[in-house]
Design a protein around this ligand. Structure first.
Ligand code: C2G
Length: 130
């Protein structure tokens, strides 16, 4: 089977996250998802906490059709270890991460375009979605 791996925070799950996961799932037979811990998210986002706890975010991601398994992503620097552990053939990331993981040894890295007009930040601000 073709094994796909992706990562994210998935706080306040929205259509951009769902589409990213479904496009990733369509690239292979299994989709494994690393969900950032609260501690990693604070480091990624200058100390800003997530709205939802890590267990709740994992539960939401696991409920999406096509997701095979979820695990906690504890550090950005452990990407290679996670790739090796799940035996990933394809590493998928949104194109906001373009080029960032090019050193990872994995047969293929695909950066998918983000869904425009929706983000956790816009939801937090309560802005209407186009
Ligand atoms: N995404 C998207 N469209 C949006 C918003 C997000 O396609 N409108 C994608 C992102 O590009 C990412 C995934 O959804 O691939 C999860 O987004 P975030 O929760 O913002 O994840 P992030 O904090 O970027 O974590 O190891 C890398 C990180 O853990 C990625």
């Amino acid at each position: 089977p073709v094994i796909v791996l992706t990562f994210g925070t998935f706080d306040m799950m929205h259509v951009g996250h769902v589409r990213l996961l479904q496009r990733a799932a369509a690239l292979g037979d299994e989709l494994h998802v690393g969900v950032s811990t609260v501690a990693l998210t604070k480091r990624k986002r200058n100390g800003r906490k997530t709205i939802f706890k890590q267990d709740t975010r994992m539960e939401m991601v696991a409920a999406i059709r096509g997701v095979t398994s979820v695990f906690l992503e504890e550090s950005l620097d452990l990407k290679q270890a996670y790739v090796d552990k799940v035996g990933a053939h394809i590493l998928v990331m949104g194109d906001d991460w373009k080029g960032k993981f090019d050193r990872i040894k994995v047969p293929e890295i695909i950066y998918l375009p983000r869904t425009q007009g929706v983000s956790t930040t816009s939801l937090r601000k309560g802005r209407p979605i186009k």
